[in-house]
Design a protein. Structure first.
Length: 334
C-alpha cells in the first residue's frame, strides 16, 4: 500500500502539505488540493489513521455499494442489513454504483476516504480490475461481497444464494407437474449470478431426458423489467409449439409474463405455469399470486451484515464463503 510520502512525491508537494489536507487543517490552494486528491486516487492511498479508527470503532459507519438501490430484490436485502446495523449502533451509507466499472471504483475510493468501518459490495458481474482492487483493499478494510463474482480461493468473504441448485429445483417442480416444454427468459447481459441459474435450468432438462430447444430461451433487457417479460412472453407464445411453462430469471420478468398471458386470455396455471425468481414482496399481491424461487433476501442481507461485523470486531477473523440454499415458494401460478 502507498504511503503519505508516495502521495507527496507524486503530487509534487511536501509531506506536511498532504498531512494538512488529510486533517482538514490549514489553508491549501485549490490547485494543490486537486493535485493531492488526484495522486491519492491514482495510488489507491488509504490514510494511515484509518487503522486506528478501525480499532476504536469511532467511525460507526458501514458502506453498502450496489448496482441499483431501488431494485425490489435489493430493497429486501437492504432491510436485512439495516436490522443488524441498527442493533449495532452503526449507520450505513448506501450507494447506487450502476454497472460501470469506473463508477464502482470511484465509490469504493470515496468510502475509504470517508473512513467507513466496513464495506458490503454488490456487483452484477466480475470486473477483474475492481476485484483486484477489492483484494488489496480487504487487507485494510473488512469487506463482504454479495453476488457470485469471486473465486473460491480469493480471500474476501462472500455471501450468496445457490442459484444453480435453486433453479434446478424449480425446473424439476414444473417437470414433475408434467410441464416438459419449459420456456426460459434470461438477461441479455451474462453475469455470473444469472448464468448459474440458467445452467440449473439446463441441468434439470438434461436429467429428465428433455431435449433442449433454443427457441424456448429468450433474452430480455434488464432495464425494461416488466415490459421485457411481456414482450418475450408474446414471442414464446407465438411459437408453432409454445411452452406449457415459463421460467424467468427475475420476478419482474415473470410479472410481465403474467400480464401478457392475461391479455392473451391464456389461463395461468391451467394452460401455462409461470415460475419467477427472487420472491419480491409484490409476488404475494399479484392475481394470480406468483410461484417463485426465493433467495430469502432478508436473510441474505442479515447474514452478510453479521459476517461483516464479525470482521470489524475481530480483524483476525479469516474470510468465509457462505452459500445459502433458498427455497421454492408455491403459490398460484404453478
Amino acid at each position: 500500500m502507498s504511503t503519505i510520502i508516495d502521495v507527496a512525491k507524486k503530487a509534487g508537494v511536501s509531506k506536511t502539505t498532504v498531512s494538512k489536507i488529510l486533517s482538514g487543517k490549514g489553508n491549501v490552494r485549490p490547485a494543490t488540493l486537486e493535485k493531492v486528491n488526484q495522486a491519492m486516487k491514482e495510488l489507491d492511498y488509504i490514510p494511515s489513521g484509518f487503522a486506528q479508527i478501525m480499532r476504536t470503532g469511532t467511525a460507526k459507519n458501514i458502506a453498502v455499494l450496489l448496482p441499483e438501490q431501488f431494485n425490489h430484490g435489493y430493497s429486501e436485502i437492504l432491510r436485512g442489513i439495516e436490522m443488524v446495523v441498527e442493533s449495532s449502533g452503526y449507520i450505513m451509507t448506501v450507494c447506487s454504483t450502476g454497472v460501470n466499472a469506473e463508477n464502482q471504483m470511484d465509490y469504493l475510493r470515496e468510502m475509504v476516504r470517508r473512513q467507513v468501518d466496513g464495506i458490503l459490495f454488490f456487483s452484477y458481474a466480475r470486473i477483474e480490475k475492481n476485484v483486484n482492487y477489492l483484494l488489496r483493499l480487504s487487507k485494510k478494510v473488512p469487506i463482504v461481497v454479495m453476488d457470485n463474482i469471486l473465486k473460491e480461493d480469493e480471500p474476501i468473504s462472500m455471501v450468496r444464494v445457490d442459484g444453480y441448485n435453486l433453479t434446478r429445483k424449480a425446473a424439476q417442480y414444473l417437470i414433475d407437474k408434467g410441464r416438459t416444454r419449459i420456456g426460459y427468459i434470461r438477461y441479455e447481459s451474462k453475469n455470473a449470478a444469472t448464468l448459474e441459474r440458467y445452467e440449473g435450468y439446463l441441468t434439470a432438462l438434461k436429467e429428465n431426458g428433455i431435449k433442449f430447444d433454443p427457441k424456448l430461451v429468450r433474452e430480455a433487457n434488464i432495464e425494461s423489467h416488466i415490459t421485457a417479460g411481456f414482450e418475450q412472453a408474446r414471442v414464446l407464445m407465438h411459437l408453432s409449439s409454445p411452452p406449457t411453462a415459463i421460467m424467468t430469471v427475475t420476478d419482474m420478468f415473470a410479472i410481465g409474463v403474467i400480464d401478457y398471458l392475461r391479455e392473451a386470455k391464456i389461463k395461468v396455471p391451467q394452460e401455462v405455469c409461470v415460475m419467477g425468481f427472487d420472491d419480491i414482496p409484490l409476488c404475494n399481491w399479484l392475481s394470480p399470486k406468483l410461484t417463485t424461487a426465493s433467495q430469502g433476501q432478508l436473510n441474505v442481507g442479515r447474514t452478510a451484515a453479521k459476517l461483516l461485523f464479525e470482521q470489524i470486531q475481530n480483524p483476525e477473523v479469516g474470510f468465509r464463503k457462505i452459500l445459502l440454499p433458498g427455497d421454492l415458494i408455491i403459490r398460484d401460478t404453478a
